[in-house]
Write a protein of this length. Structure first.
Length: 262
C-alpha cells in the first residue's frame, strides 16, 4: 500500500461551495495543491475569481469560478447547468457554504431561522440533489463519489453563544448527511460530515478577535485549526484511504467538543 496512491486525488473533479473564503478556501487549496480540478462557487463573484487565480498560481491542479447565490434556488440550478457545460462527472462535492446569526434568546428573530436554515441545510439538499447525476457518473465500487458536508461542533454540543438557528442547522446537517449516506451508498456515493471547531474565517473573525485566548484554552490541543487540518480531512475522505467511510461525522476540533466545562 503506497501512501502516495492511498491518499491520491489527482485529476479528480471537485466542487466546493463557499470555496473562495475561510474554511472553504483552505479546502480548495488542499485539492488544487494535490492535482485536483476544483470549481469554486459562492455569491461573491469577485472573491471566486480572485481565489481561482491565486489557486491556479500554485500549479498541479486547476481552479475555476462559477458564482451563484445559493439562497436562490434558480441560481443552484444555473450552477448545475454551467457545470454541465464544462464537466460530465463530479468526484467530490463539498457542501461548505453557510451563515450564522447571533442574538439574545428574547430578541432572536424569525428571519434568522429562515436565512440560516435555508443556506446551511435546505440548500445542501438542493445542491446535492442537482449534482447527484454527475456524482453517479464518477462513482465506482472501490472508488465511490464523495459528498463532504461541513458541519460544526456546535451541532454536537450546546454552544456558549446564542446562535440558535446555526447550531440547530448544523445538527440537522450531520443527520441529513447520514440519511444521504444510507440512500446514496447504494449508488456508490458516500456522504460524511466534518464537525469543525474554531478556524480563522470571516464567520469566526469577531469571536476570535475577542475570545481567541479563551477559545484556545478550551481546546485540549491548545490551539485553533489550521488549513492543513481541514484540508487533510477532506483529502482523506476523498481518496482511496477514505473509500469505505460512509455516514460518519468526524470532529475536526482538537477535542473541543469533549472538553469539560467547569
Amino acid at each position: 500500500m503506497d501512501a502516495n496512491q492511498l491518499f491520491n486525488v489527482k485529476d479528480k473533479v471537485v466542487l466546493v461551495t463557499g470555496g473562495a473564503k475561510g474554511v472553504g478556501r483552505m479546502i480548495s487549496e488542499g485539492y488544487v495543491a494535490n492535482g485536483a480540478t476544483v470549481y469554486i462557487s459562492s455569491r461573491d463573484a469577485q472573491a471566486c475569481e480572485k481565489a481561482a487565480a491565486e489557486l491556479n498560481a500554485l500549479g498541479k491542479g486547476k481552479a475555476y469560478a462559477i458564482p451563484a447565490d445559493f439562497y436562490k434556488e434558480e441560481d443552484c440550478q444555473k450552477l448545475a447547468q454551467e457545470f454541465a457545460k464544462r464537466e460530465s462527472k463530479l468526484h467530490v462535492l463539498v457542501n461548505n457554504s453557510g451563515s450564522n446569526w447571533g442574538a439574545s434568546y428574547d430578541e432572536y428573530p424569525s428571519s434568522a431561522w429562515t436565512r440560516v436554515l435555508t443556506l446551511n441545510l435546505h440548500r445542501v439538499f438542493t445542491i446535492t440533489q442537482l449534482f447527484t447525476p454527475f456524482l453517479e457518473k464518477a462513482a465506482a465500487p472501490e472508488d465511490p463519489a464523495r459528498i463532504i458536508n461541513i458541519g460544526s461542533i456546535d451541532g454536537l454540543r450546546v454552544p456558549a453563544l446564542e446562535t440558535f438557528a446555526y447550531s440547530a442547522s448544523k445538527a440537522g446537517l450531520h443527520h441529513l448527511s447520514r440519511v444521504l449516506a444510507s440512500h446514496l451508498g447504494r449508488r456508490n456515493i458516500t456522504s460524511n460530515s466534518l464537525a469543525c471547531g474554531p478556524f480563522e474565517s470571516k464567520m469566526m473573525a469577531a469571536t476570535l478577535k475577542q475570545y481567541k485566548k479563551e477559545i484556545e484554552e478550551s481546546v485540549p490541543l491548545g490551539r485553533i485549526g489550521t488549513p492543513q487540518d481541514v484540508a487533510g480531512s477532506c483529502l482523506f475522505l476523498s481518496s482511496r484511504a477514505g473509500a469505505f467511510i460512509n455516514g460518519a461525522t468526524i470532529a475536526v476540533d482538537g477535542g473541543a467538543h469533549i472538553a469539560a466545562r467547569l
